[in-house]
Ligand binder design. Structure first.
Ligand code: PEP
Length: 250
């Protein structure tokens, strides 16, 4: 999208121990070149590594984020973390509504929207994930699902600064299978139109990432599709070598 700064974001999911911090260090080093002037880089490690990861990437362009937050500010929610806790560890972003959260924890659009609101309240950028399942795709419901999820999960107060959309077809996550370029193009154009209809100029500049089996070998092609403003990467974000190779397609 013209005048939109791409974002290459990694989601480590439930992977990574202190040993993996060497990868964060290498990533923080690797994103310091001239590319950092016009491409953003973000890693979302597990919450246990958040604080050390931000310390390791201080004074580098690598940003660190959380993988989820609760929609409440604090209180009796054993095992959850709040947006404020992420901000307190110097995180700048938080992923909300990832399909694994929607499936494993039965999160609804309404809850995802509340999580985005909680992120915004402490100045975190919310990366709101949407995407259809294989069954929905087979039933030709992809665009209906995207419309419903964008309507339900994106706060009315979302701006191009505080919100990023990630389109992740559920059947493409961790499978090695990706949609065709034309399917990605159609989905992203549709989401762009929905965002503009909802949010006006903010929607026209809001970043829409593609996620689902992005690898060094397919990133260049996927990132060149209209309205694809970066990537959300799972498996290929665990190793600095792969993450930096994807970052370098820009
Ligand atoms: C993800 O779950 O955000 C993701 C895109 O995973 P992968 O890249 O491993 O398909």
């Amino acid at each position: 999208t013209p005048d939109v700064r791409p974002l290459v974001a990694g989601n480590w999911k439930m992977n990574g121990t202190r040993q993996s911090l060497t990868e964060i260090k290498a990533m923080a080093q690797g994103v310091q070149g001239p590319l950092s002037q016009h491409v953003d880089a973000l890693i979302c490690p597990p919450a246990t590594l958040l604080y050390v990861a931000t310390a390791l990437s201080t004074d580098t362009p690598l940003m660190i984020g959380g993988q989820d937050c609760h929609y409440s500010t604090c209180g009796a929610h054993t095992g959850d973390i709040s947006a404020e806790m992420i901000a307190d560890c110097f995180g700048t972003h938080v992923i909300v509504g990832h399909s694994e959260r929607r499936t494993d924890h039965a999160e609804t659009d309404q809850q995802v929207r509340a999580k985005a609101d909680a992120a915004h309240a402490v100045d975190l950028t919310a990366i709101i994930c949407v995407g259809e399942t294989a069954d929905e795709r087979d039933a030709y419901q992809t665009l209906d699902v995207l419309k419903r999820q964008i309507f339900g999960s994106v706060p009315q107060t979302a701006t191009a600064e505080n919100t990023v959309i990630a389109y992740e077809p559920v059947w493409a996550i961790g499978t090695g299978v990706t949609p065709t370029n034309s399917d990605v193009e159609v989905a992203h154009a549709f989401m762009r139109a929905e965002l503009v209809a909802r949010l006006g100029a903010e929607g026209s500049r809001m970043r829409i990432l593609y996620g689902g089996s992005v690898k060094p070998s397919n990133a260049r092609e996927l990132m060149s599709i209209d309205n694809v403003d970066g990537a959300l990467i799972g498996g290929a974000s665990l190793k600095a070598e792969d993450f930096l190779a994807i970052y370098s397609v820009y």
